[in-house]
Every structure is written in structure tokens, then in C-alpha cells.
Write a protein of this length. Structure first.
Length: 277
């Protein structure tokens, strides 16, 4: 089995996100730790956190996949942006510890004028400053499509970051199906080969979560434009193979497709039906 859910808005509160996801039929969800295009934070008090943890346990939810904002860039060529990003990461890790044992996902960053080697060093150094021995949250590097100067377009780039992280037990990977396809990994025709490559390069045990998205663009386009399941270049059959793949079981799958609530409810139902067929 897998856990399935979608991105839920934080505006009505943390506990309300879980209630909303249950209504949609999901048993995991993602949320932005703060405004995705800015930096404004929404406080999580311990009382609400405790209520949320109880709800998740009672309703059999899998691990949540929180998402740091897009404005965070640990490998920026501007020192003030890097420093701001590190502080953001530290603060949001503290917040996540109020709901222990979850995932915190982020885009590795855009290197801009930095070399790839310098960018990898900056990202790993930032993680070494932020990760702590006693944290229960696992930080996930997201696989990227390779748009512009994004870092993380190949499994080798992801591994180069992890290799330099001191607390490797606190780091994992979020496998985005649209991103890896747009990056040039043919998960439509060669899913087994791609996952074998991931295992050889990074280690399949580091694949902690999946962003389940179709793509509006063909293989290797480096565009990063998500599509509804079955309506893009991956297609329904490939999506079904991903959902059923034995190496991807017991992981949270997060929908980031362009949908409203009814659309997410339909896709969650489709995923569940695929698992039982």
C-alpha cells in the first residue's frame, strides 16, 4: 500500500488541514510551512500540534510532507539570501518538532552565477548548520526538472549534496515524477531502470516520499509544469505502474496536480482503486 494525499492550505489552521484531507479521502498531506512565495510564518502552538498528532494517529495517517517556501535558496550567489534561508530552515525545523517524525521537503536551490561545485558545497554546509542530532524530522531534497540553474536535476547532484552532509540519518529524497521525467529520466518506458539507477547512485532507502504528478511537457524538456494524472506525457498507464511499484510502497504520495477539491478527491480515489486492482 501507499499513503495518498495532496497539498492543503494552512490558512484555516494545522488541525483543520488534517480534517480537510480526511474529507477528500486522503491519509497523508503536504503543506507549506510558510507563505510559498514569501516568508510569512503561521504559528503552530503546542496545543494545536498535540490535537493534530492525535488525529493523525487515530485516522491511520502516514508521514506528512511539509514543504519549505520557494523563496528559500541555500545556494544563492547572494550571502544575505543564503543566511535568510538557513534561518528559515532552522525555524521551520523547530516548528516541525512539535509534530514529531514527519518529513520537511525543499528544493535544493538555484545556483545562479555560482558553479555547480560551489552550489553543492553551499547547500551541504547549510544543512550541516541546521540539522541537529536529536531532531525527529527528516529533511528531503526534492528531485528537480533542471529549469534554469536549478541544482538537483540528476541523481548524481543529489548524492553529491548528501555525501557532504554530516547527519546522513536526517536526510532523504522526495522523488517528483514530473521533475524526473522533465529532467530526462524515462519513467514511462523504463521505470525499473530509473529506480535501479537511483538505488546505485543514492540508495533506494533514501527515497522517502513521492510527488505524484503528470507532466505537460515531453521527456527531457526541463520545464517543470505539472499536469493532472493521466492527462500529460506520462499518461495513465505509467502513473499506475508507479503507484504499484514494489520499491515505492509504504511511502507518502503527494498530489501536486492543477486541481480543485473535487479533482483531488477523484485522483485520490483513482490511486486507491489502482492499489486494489
Amino acid at each position: 500500500m501507499i499513503y495518498i494525499g495532496n497539498h492543503v492550505s494552512i490558512k484555516d489552521g494545522y488541525y483543520q488541514m488534517a480534517e480537510k484531507e480526511k474529507e477528500l479521502g486522503g491519509n497523508t498531506f503536504a503543506f507549506f510551512t510558510r507563505n510559498p512565495r514569501g516568508g510569512k510564518d503561521k504559528e503552530l502552538c503546542q496545543e494545536e500540534a498535540d490535537r493534530l498528532v492525535c488525529f493523525l494517529k487515530k485516522n491511520g495517517f502516514g508521514k506528512l510532507v511539509a514543504h519549505l517556501p520557494y523563496t528559500m535558496n541555500l545556494c544563492s550567489d547572494k550571502e544575505n539570501i543564503r543566511e535568510y534561508s538557513i534561518e528559515m530552515l532552522k525555524k521551520d525545523l523547530c516548528k516541525m518538532e512539535k509534530i514529531p517524525g514527519q518529513y520537511l521537503n525543499f528544493h535544493p536551490g538555484s545556483r545562479l552565477t555560482n558553479s555547480l561545485e560551489d552550489a553543492i558545497d553551499l547547500i551541504s554546509d547549510s544543512l550541516n548548520q541546521a540539522l541537529t542530532e536529536n531532531q525527529t524530522t527528516t529533511v528531503l531534497l526534492e528531485t528537480m526538472a533542471g529549469k534554469g540553474s536549478e541544482v538537483g536535476r540528476t541523481f548524481e547532484e543529489i548524492e553529491s549534496i548528501i555525501e557532504k552532509v554530516e547527519r546522513k540519518d536526517k536526510i532523504g529524497v522526495c522523488f517528483d515524477t514530473c521533475h524526473v521525467f522533465d529532467a530526462g529520466y524515462d519513467i514511462v518506458n523504463h521505470l525499473d531502470d530509473v529506480l535501479e539507477s537511483f538505488d546505485r547512485t543514492i540508495g533506494i532507502e533514501k527515497l522517502c516520499a513521492v510527488h505524484l504528478n503528470d507532466s505537460k511537457n515531453p521527456l527531457g524538456s526541463h520545464k517543470d509544469r505539472h499536469e493532472k494524472l493521466g492527462y500529460g506525457y506520462l499518461g495513465k498507464e505509467a502513473i499506475m505502474r508507479i503507484i504499484r511499484h514494489p520499491l515505492l510502497q509504504n511511502k507518502p504520495f503527494i498530489l501536486e496536480t492543477p486541481n480543485d477539491d473535487y479533482g483531488y478527491m477523484s485522483e485520490i480515489s483513482f490511486v486507491k482503486e489502482t492499489m486494489t486492482e
